[in-house]
Write a protein that binds this ligand. Sequence first.
Ligand code: HAM
Length: 420
Amino acid sequence: MSAGGRRVAAPRGTRDVLPPESSLRQRVIDVARDAFERYGYRRIVTPTFEETGLFLRGVGESTDVVRKEMYTFEDGGGRSLSLRPEGTAPVVRAFVQHGMHKQPLPVKLWYAAPMFRYEAPQAGRYREHWQVGAEAIGSDDPLLDAEVIALLDGIYRRLGVPGVRLTLGSMGDAESRGPYRERLMEYLERHRGDLDEDARARMRLNPLRLFDAKDPRIAEIMREAPKLLDHLSPAAAAHRERVLEALGRLGIAYEEDPTLVRGFDYYTMTVFEFVSDHLGAQSAVGGGGRYDGLVEGLGGPPTPGIGFGAGIERIALALESAAEPPAEGIDVYLAVPDPALRLDLLPVLERLREGGLRCDSDLRGRSMKAMMRHAASLGARHAVIVGPREHEAGVATIRDMERGEQRQVPLGDLVQELTG
Ligand code: HAM
């Protein structure tokens, strides 16, 4: 490589996750994974890109995600592929492709994966973001809706995400939506003059999409529009009642939001969103809902499903806003002042690491004084010093970095001394 090359920055809307933030992010994944396992979910990994058609059919051609935000490209073979903008359509595609409906239902799957959307970047909104998510496919029991919401609620509580609130809506079933759509269209026709080209395009494809228009003038119009929640079929209303009853039993507080439609066309019945008051405009830390027609829509047998996705970056931002970052640092710094002894002590360093201790040592030829500074900057709790005299006697000096106290122990006892 030539010297003095041009610097390249990460693309706009993407970000490098550096330590210590990367530990916080890992903690989010670890806590979520532990919860998923306790609720009977198993991990699924799907490809980062899919055939574009999957998202057109699965997510819906009327959605912003499909109309404006997909990273779509043609590969060498002329196929149209898209980076995954969300996780549900790919998981359902895999469910259908692998005949998973033959397994005991519901099949419960979880994922932690990056998603790609060409959105206007701002705090908490990125063009690549990560989600932990879960999908439970094969049951329409309203108690499953409550269980899925409780699972996500438990993840936020265990992590200590501050200011979390749950909002609930319902997209109804096909029976509710048909007649409702007509009423909504009538209302929108009366306001046609106030709708811009984008809003009219949404209206043609799916008038419900106007509820998530970002334009404040459209939002104003939609506040007065008839709401699907007031037009639920008896079956959809009964389902909703049962979900609310189960949430009540679980002591999970919620607010109803009749304008909550969420950004994808696959939703039916229960939809929900968790927001944190500790975030700015991008306050949704997770959301999900039922998608009872999606499996069939993607070529499988009629099979209901429900799930959620939760944004790892937003959860981390909310946690950072509230708490001290978790203590970083290592357990042991091995200081070998005589370079000739470093090779001899290599197995000792490995033994410490095998013993479960987080260890580091000098790799830049530092002086003893500089090594102690290095140990302190790495947050080492102990320094283990092995000079020539110690080496000859088969001992090491353990220094407690905080108290400055020192003691000598046989080299062979180091792991026991430091872990005991
Ligand atoms: P979503 O609401 O689009 O749902 O995304 C889920 C979560 O991902 C959001 O609540 C937010 O925390 C985070 N998120 C979304 N977009 C961004 C972004 N540009 N930057 C940072 N974080 C973001 C879904 O994706 C559905 N697949 C969820 C689902 C699963 N529904 C049923 N099953």
